[in-house]
Ligand binder design. Structure first.
Ligand SMILES: NC(=O)c1ccc[n+]([C@@H]2O[C@H](COP(=O)([O-])OP(=O)(O)OC[C@H]3O[C@@H](n4cnc5c(N)ncnc54)[C@H](O)[C@@H]3O)[C@@H](O)[C@H]2O)c1
Length: 270
């Protein structure tokens, strides 16, 4: 019961594969009370209702790029949960250029701006609204999900790479201010490739996934393990961890090359 008595808001549960879905299930198991939220358009698919029923919680639609929606979300969440918030999960990503298959050297800038707003600036908007409405409890925790393309080039990750770099930077910058303001910590988790709707939208994702799995000494980190890591960051066990980008990737980020990958290239001279 690591989250007993804690209240939270979870953004981004679309279907059973979503990382946010697993975080919601685990948060429930660990004793938290929370509200689920997603873009109104994503609600129409309806699967989030099953999760809400299972977790005995309410859903409040919010487009994470709309300040009005976010204000409404925070005000209503406090009413429903009966007080201030202890944790927030930002599990949101979207690039229209990726969806349309536009090459990185031939991007549509309207799509680029929209993707940046949804995938990165929304993290700032969530935290700015939370500060203005003073919704967070002291020693609260805010987590967003990222990917290593923020630091290293993965060509098919396209403009999402830039969005993730921006997201991680917002985590650091806001982490400073939220720490000083209210002792709230802000971190990003850089997760392995994971078979979800957002993940498999990336061109060549299967190859991407297999390569990372062969490179990582522990293999790719599953969504369930990612949820456990998120829970640890919401819990009081990590009170002094803030402004970090934390790799949750089975060792991928610090592996130069693995034997499994090398075996594909080595020819043995007899
Ligand atoms: N799947 C992977 O390989 C992988 C790897 C590393 C990081 N991540 C990150 O994890 C996070 C969650 O993605 P996922 O893999 O669980 O996929 P997912 O498709 O299940 O989740 C993405 C969510 O973003 C929501 N969303 C999109 N636009 C929104 C808006 N305007 N307002 C509010 N919500 C909006 C979608 O409705 C969806 O629920 C994303 O930030 C993603 O980039 C994913």
């Amino acid at each position: 019961m690591l989250l007993k008595g804690k209240k939270g808001i979870i953004f981004g549960a679309l279907d059973q594969k979503s990382i946010a879905w697993k975080v919601a299930e685990e948060s429930k198991k660990q004793g938290a009370k929370f509200v689920l939220t997603n873009a109104p358009i994503a609600m129409r698919m309806g699967e989030i209702n099953d999760l809400a029923e299972k977790c005995n919680c309410e859903i409040i639609p919010a487009d994470a790029t709309s300040m009005d929606d976010l204000e409404n979300l925070f005000i209503k969440s406090q009413e429903i949960l009966g007080g201030k918030i202890d944790f927030i999960l930002h599990s949101i990503g979207m690039s229209i250029n990726v969806r349309k298959g536009n090459h990185y050297t031939d991007l549509n800038y309207d799509f680029m701006v929209k993707g940046m707003d949804v995938s990165a600036m929304s993290f700032h908007k969530v935290m700015q609204t939370a500060i203005k409405l003073d919704v967070m409890n002291e020693w609260g925790s805010i987590v967003a999900l990222s990917y290593i393309a923020a630091q290293r080039t993965f060509p098919d990750y396209n403009d999402m790479a830039d969005n993730k770099a921006y997201l991680e930077s917002i985590g650091r910058s806001f982490g400073y201010h939220f720490g000083k303001h209210k002792k709230v910590r802000v971190n990003t988790i850089s997760q392995s490739p994971t078979m979800t709707t957002a993940g498999s939208g990336v061109k060549g994702f299967d190859g991407f996934y297999k390569y990372a799995d062969m490179m990582s000494p522990l293999g790719n980190a599953p969504a369930e393990d990612c949820a456990n890591y998120v829970i640890s960051l919401f819990s009081d066990l990590t009170r002094m961890v803030t402004m970090q980008n934390l790799f949750h990737d089975g060792g991928f980020s610090f592996t130069g090359v693995s034997q499994d990958i090398m075996d594909n290239f080595i020819t043995i001279d007899k």
